[in-house]
Ligand binder design. Structure first.
Ligand code: FAD
Ligand code: MG
Ligand code: MG
Ligand code: MG
Ligand code: MG
Length: 550
C-alpha cells in the first residue's frame, strides 16, 4: 500500500512470471497505455516488444473500427466484424491487459489510480506504477446542455450500434400493427439525426439506403411513403469541416434522396415523441419548431472525459476546456517532463497556427522574389493562400468558405489587394477560430505511430532507464523529431457514393471506393481477420440484402 490515498500498489502483475519472456520483461521500464482505441493500438503495433513492460488499461477488451460503425447500425455490416479482441493485439506486443478504468493520476509519484468492479460487485481501487504513461482515452458525447438526451441514441460504441439497430427494427415492426394509427405510424417512421458532421451524415445515409434497398423486400410497401429522415444542423451547411464542394455534393444528394436537411437549427429539447428546435429564417429571426419523431440520434461533437477533466484540474497550465494540451512532442503540458503523453481525441497539440501562417506568407513572398512586408496580394493569389491554409489545417475549411467576402472585409484600404498587414490580420482571425487538430482516427493513428517510434528510440538511447533514476524527459527532443500531422484527406459516405476531400482535391465515387479507400488508409490497424469479416459481410449484403431483424 502507499501513495496519497494509501491504496494497494500493483508492483507485480498476475502474468509477470507466466513465461520466461514475461520474466525478462519484468524489470523493464513500465509503460502504461490508457484506452484500447485508435491511438493505443497504433502504439502497440509500432512498439518493439522487448523494450518496455507494457500494460494496457481499458474498460473494454476490444478495439473498435469506428469508421464502419454507422454501417453496423442498419445491418450493412455485422457488429462482430468491427471489433478485434484487444488481448490479441496486446499479447503480440508482449504486453499485459487490465480490463478496468483509470480514474486519477498522481503525477509526482507516477501512480495511476485504477478502478475495477470485483466479483462481489464492489468497486476496488488500486495504484498502477508507471515510468511512462500514455493517455489515449478518447472523448465522450457532448450534451451541449440540452434537456432530454435520455430520449436519444448515441453512436460511439458497439453497444450503441446494437441499440440503434434494435430500435429501428422495433419501430418498423410497430408501424405494421393494426392498432397503430396513421399519425402514430408516421411518428414511428420519422428518424431524426441531430448533428450534421460526418457521423450524423453517414448514419442518415446508411439508414436511407437500408430503407430504400431492403425495406420493400420484407415490409409492406406502404411504409416507404411514410418514412422521413431529417438532419438538424446548427451551422449553415452539413459536413462543414470538409471542402465546400463536398458539403454541397452531400446536400444535393440528400435533397435528391428526400433526406430533409434543417440548417441553422438548434435543438432545444428532446421529448419522448418529439424534438423541439429553434431555426433562424432568412431574415435572421429565430422561430421555434417541433418535429414528431420515433428515433433520434445525438451526434453533435465531442467533450472531455471525466478522467481528462480531473487531470486538467490538477495542472495549472491546462486551461483548454476541450482537450488536454501537449507540446509538439506529445508530452502533456505541466506534467513532469517525459512521463506523461496524450494522443488522439483526448488531446490537442499546441502548434501555434499563427506561426505557420506567417511562414506561409513569407514563403509566398520568397517564391515571388518580393519583400513580404511590401507585398500586395490580389484575389487569385488570396485563393491560392486559402488553398494552402486548408491543406495544412483542414479544420479551417469552414472558415474559408466565402473567400470573396473575406477579401473585401479585410481589404481595409479598399485598394483591391491585401497587403501583408491585412492578410496577417485575416489569418489571425481564422487561427483564433480553429482548434488545432481534427478528432479523427487518422490523427490518433498518426500520433500513436509517432509515439511508438519515439518510445523505440528512447529505449535504444537509454536502455537501462529505471524508475525515478534520472529524468529522461528532454531525451525526447534529442532522439526524435517533433510530431507533424499529415492530412490524408477526409471521406464521408453519402448514400451509395463516397465523397473524398483529398488535399484540396475532391471527388466522389461508388460505394466500393469507400471501402477500398478505408482499407488502404487504415491498413495497419485492421487485421486480416477483420478484413475478411468485412469482405464476407459486403458479399452477403450484395447477394441477399440486409437481414431485417434485431
Ligand atoms: P478512441 O478510439 O475513442 O479510444 C478511447 C479508448 O479509451 C476506448 O477504448 C475507451 O474504452 C478507453 N477509455 C475511456 N475512458 C477510459 C479510462 N478512464 N481509462 C481507460 N480507458 C478508457 N475518424 C476517421 O478518421 N475517419 C472516420 O471515418 C471516422 N468515423 C467515425 C465514425 C463514428 C461513428 C465515430 C464515433 C467516430 C469516427 N471517427 C472517424 C473518429 C475516430 O473514431 C476517433 O477520432 C478515434 O477513435 C480517436 O481515437 P482515440 O484513440 O483517441 O480514442
Ligand atoms: Mg486510444
Ligand atoms: Mg476506438
Ligand atoms: Mg487546469
Ligand atoms: Mg488592401
Amino acid at each position: 500500500r502507499g501513495g496519497p490515498k494509501n491504496l494497494p500498489i500493483a508492483e507485480v502483475l498476475v502474468d509477470d512470471d507466466d513465461c520466461p519472456e514475461n520474466s525478462k520483461q519484468k524489470h523493464k521500464p513500465k509503460l502504461v497505455l490508457l484506452g484500447s482505441g485508435w491511438g493505443s493500438v497504433a502504439i502497440l503495433k509500432t512498439l518493439n516488444p522487448e523494450d518496455y513492460h507494457v500494460t494496457v488499461v481499458s474498460p473494454v477488451n476490444y478495439f473498435l473500427f469506428t469508421p464502419m460503425l454507422p454501417s453496423a447500425t442498419v445491418g450493412t455490416l455485422e457488429l462482430r466484424s468491427l471489433v478485434e479482441p484487444i488481448r490479441r493485439i496486446v499479447s503480440r506486443a508482449k504486453g499485459h491487459f487490465l480490463k478496468a478504468e483509470a480514474v486519477d493520476v498522481e503525477l509526482s509519484e507516477k501512480l495511476l489510480e485504477v478502478a475495477q468492479t470485483n466479483a462481489q460487485g464492489e468497486e476496488c481501487h488500486f495504484y498502477l506504477p508507471y515510468d511512462k504513461l500514455v493517455l489515449g482515452v478518447g472523448a465522450t458525447t457532448n450534451p451541449h446542455g440540452v434537456k432530454g438526451l435520455e430520449n436519444c441514441h448515441f453512436l460511439k460504441d458497439i453497444e450503441d450500434a446494437r441499440l440503434i439497430r434494435n430500435k429501428v427494427m422495433q419501430n418498423l415492426e410497430q408501424a405494421c400493427m393494426p392498432t397503430t394509427s396513421d399519425e402514430e405510424r408516421r411518428r414511428l417512421l420519422s428518424f431524426v439525426v441531430s448533428g450534421g458532421g460526418p457521423t450524423g451524415v453517414e448514419f442518415a445515409a446508411e439508414l436511407f439506403d437500408m430503407l430504400n434497398e431492403d425495406l420493400g423486400r420484407s415490409f409492406p410497401k406502404i411504409l416507404r411513403n411514410e418514412i422521413s429522415v431529417h438532419v438538424i444542423q446548427s451551422r449553415g451547411h452539413i459536413l462543414n469541416t470538409y471542402d465546400e464542394a463536398l458539403s454541397k455534393f452531400a446536400e444535393a444528394r440528400f435533397a435528391h434522396d428526400q433526406v430533409e436537411v434543417l440548417t441553422n437549427s438548434r435543438v432545444k429539447e428532446v421529448q419522448k415523441d418529439k424534438i423541439l428546435f429553434s431555426q433562424k429564417d432568412e431574415k435572421g429571426e429565430t422561430v421555434t419548431k417541433e418535429l414528431p419523431m420515433g428515433f433520434c440520434l445525438w451526434s453533435t461533437g465531442v467533450a472531455q472525459t471525466e478522467l481528462c477533466k480531473r487531470i486538467a484540474d490538477k495542472i495549472d497550465v491546462q486551461t483548454n476546456k476541450h482537450a488536454l494540451e501537449t507540446d509538439t512532442h506529445l508530452r502533456l503540458n505541466g506534467a513532469p517532463l517525459g512521463s506523461v503523453y496524450a494522443i488522439g481525441d483526448c488531446s490537442t497539440v499546441q502548434n501555434n497556427v499563427a506561426d505557420h501562417l506567417v511562414h506561409f506568407l513569407r514563403s509566398m513572398a520568397w517564391e515571388k522574389g518580393k519583400d513580404p512586408e511590401k507585398m500586395e496580394i490580389t484575389f487569385p493569389e488570396w485563393r491560392d493562400v486559402a488553398q494552402r491554409v486548408k491543406k495544412r489545417f483542414p479544420q479551417a475549411a469552414d472558415h474559408l468558405r466565402r473567400l470573396d467576402k473575406l477579401f473585401e472585409q479585410y481589404d481595409k484600404d479598399q485598394k483591391g489587394t491585401l497587403d501583408f498587414g491585412e492578410l496577417h490580420e485575416l489569418l489571425l482571425q481564422i487561427d483564433s477560430k480553429i482548434t488545432s487538430l481534427p478528432a479523427t482516427a487518422q490523427r490518433a493513428h498518426q500520433q500513436g505511430q509517432y509515439l511508438g517510434r519515439k518510445l523505440n528510440k528512447l529505449a535504444q538511447a537509454a536502455p537501462g532507464m529505471m524508475v525515478n533514476e534520472v529524468d529522461y524527459g528532454d531525451l525526447d527532443e534529442a532522439v526524435y523529431k517533433a510530431f507533424e500531422y499529415h492530412h490524408l484527406g477526409s471521406l464521408a459516405y453519402i448514400g451509395n457514393s463516397a465523397v473524398f476531400d483529398f488535399n484540396g482535391l475532391s471527388f466522389s465515387g461508388g460505394l466500393m471506393a469507400v471501402y477500398l479507400w478505408r482499407s488502404v488508409y487504415f491498413a495497419q490497424s485492421v487485421s486480416l481477420r477483420t478484413r475478411m469479416l468485412l469482405a464476407m459481410d459486403w458479399s452477403k449484403r450484395a447477394l441477399f440484402g440486409r437481414d431485417m431483424m434485431n
